[in-house]
Structures are given as C-alpha cells and as structure tokens.
Design a protein around this ligand. Sequence first.
Ligand code: GMT
Length: 377
Amino acid sequence: MNIGITCYPSVGGSGIVASQLGSELARLGHKIHFISYEPPFRLDRKHPNISFHKVELNEYQLFKYPDYTLPLAVKMVEVSNKFKLDIMHVHYAVPHATAALLARQIGREEKLHTARVITTLHGTDITLMGRDPNVAPIIKYSTESSCGVTAVSYSLAEETAQVLDTKKQIEVIHNFYRPREPKVARNTMRRKLGLRQDDFVLIHLSNLRPVKRVPDILKVLANCEDERIKLLILAGGSFDEFKPLVKELGIEKRVVVKPRVLDIENYISASDAGIYASQRESFGMGVLETMSFGKPVVATKVGGVTEIVVEGETGFLKRLGDVKGMAKAVRTLANDPTLSATMGAAAKARAQECFSAEASVNKYVAFYRRVLAECTQ
Ligand code: GMT
C-alpha cells in the first residue's frame, strides 16, 4: 500500500507512535510518506520505503496568526495524487484530520487521486480540546467524517464517545514498542551518569508537560528519604521550571536530567524502576518503554496506564497525587531486589505479549484494508 502519515514531529508519544508505525510498515514493504513541518524526532529516515514531505509555512506580515492547516492540506493533495496514496493516516483529529478531509474534498473536485482518511486519536485532542467549545465542533466533525477512527486505548475510546457524544465506531489499537538492544553496558552507563552501582535508580520519560505532574515525581523522591534512591529523567521538554523545587526539596544530588535522548534503551537498561505520576494519560508510552526493558513501574491509576500496568504484578498503581503511597511503593521495590526482579520480568513479558509491534501493526494493516474495501466517504 501507499500510505501517508501526518503527526506532530516534536518529542511526544503520538509522534513516536506514528514514526514507529511508519518504520514497521516500511519494513513490511509498504511505501510510507510522512507529511509534516519537520521530520519526526524518532523517525528512521534511512529506509528506502520512507520519504518525508515538508509543509512550507509562509508567515505573511498581514496575518497575526500563521496558519498550518491550509498549507498542510495543499501538501496532502499534492502527495496523495503524485504517489497515489491509498490511505492518509493522520495522528490527531485537529488539525491533521481536518486538513486531510479538506485535501480529499479538493482532490475529488479537481478529479485527482485521493486517499481514504484514517484518524488515530491520542488523547489531548479529545480529553482537553474536545471539551473546549471553540474547537469541539471541528473535532467532532473531523472524527466523524474520517473513513476510520482508532484510539490508543479502551479508556480513550470510551472517553471520546462520551466527550464528543458520538456513535462513530472507534477501533482500539493499543500503542506498541519494539525495544532495541542496549549498546552501552549498565555499569558503564551508570558511571557516565554519575550513578553508583548500588543506587536504586528510578526513571521517568516524558515531555514534562503539566499533565505529567513532575513536581509529584520530585516529591516522591524526597519522600523516599533514602540517599541511595535516585531519579533519572529523560526530558522531552525543558526542566528549568522544576529546578527551584529540586533545590527546595534538597534532592539536587539525587536527580539527573538528560534532554532529548534518542538511545533510550541504554538509559532504561541502566535504571531499576519507572515512575509516572500523570494526571491523565490516554496510554503512557513511557510506561510501556520502561516495562519493555524489564523494569517494574510505579504509576498513577489513570486512563490507559491501567491497561498496561497490572497492579501488584508488573508494578504498583496509586491514586493521583498519592505521593506518600508512591514513595512507599518505590521503597518496597528498592528494599526487595527479588520482588523488583520478579515484577520486572512480569512487566517485560506483558510488554512483549500484549503490546508487540507485530500485533498492533497487523491490526493497523487489517484496518487499512477494511477501510479501503468499505469506505466511500
Ligand atoms: O502526553 C503528552 O504530553 C503527549 C501526547 C502526544 O500527543 O504525543 O501523548 C498522548 O499520546 C501518547 C501516544 O498515544 C500517549 O501515550 C499519551 O498517553 C497521550 N497523552 C495524554 O493522554 C496526556
């Protein structure tokens, strides 16, 4: 198949999922065309079946707000026709599905080749923007007018039906992760990071948006009151605003922050457990990535995280804001290496069995074929 993919290219779960999906589909022999304003952060552009089409933006002095949706739609018309795309798979309803639907409309009017639009919902477009009356109608329209819609968890599918008040069928295809072999030995990595071999290292991967509740994570560390317990943050956003709290909590020597890391496998392997305190999470890519390397996870019991972590088996789930409860769970793991190893092994097994690249990619391909056969929208 010829498939167009549009996502946000910045460091975030949806861009990571779209990039992984594109790479997996390319490996299966499909021709993949990424369309965005810059190449996605984790996209492997070396594969011959992957190409990137840049959306050029003009910032006319006349307009206060530069528009992205329209040049994106124009690029989609051009790429769909030139490369005879079967599917335009967009990640996020706005503005990507909106632009793809507009492109399909223009293409039809112009008697050009057009692609069927499939929209994958990742969360923020529904959980936040779907509740904003200024954009909700366009989100509902873009979702309902897509040929097919998928959500990354059951939790998000249910919330979408409720928030958008829609009967549109939503296919749940969980996110997935194919772990790469670490290239740097655990001990070497720890030495490089200034961590001791007997430290118990918590890891957190995210873009540090307010929804991730970074202050709660720092407070969990402070509440552990054990100098041996450290925190390694792989940051997809700036950590600057949290520095005063780190100082106030007196945990400067226990926190290591690494920005925009690509070789996450080397860092996760060097850690001992994951920590995620999100307020909302439609899936939780960081949680899955951490579990894939055999690390148990302490997380808040929210959204899609409850579909990944099995309480008491692959980690511990605590209620939102329960800093003390999370700290107690971390101490339990830190003080019981056997429990930690057992839970880590169970976490890895669950990641492999329930969230493998093969299973999810096969589901996407089957969904593409169904949409191609059935959709006339
Ligand atoms: O969570 C973020 O800050 C980024 C956001 C994104 O669009 O990249 O993540 C959303 O999509 C990810 C991939 O499907 C999910 O793993 C995240 O749970 C989801 N974020 C939220 O729901 C807050």
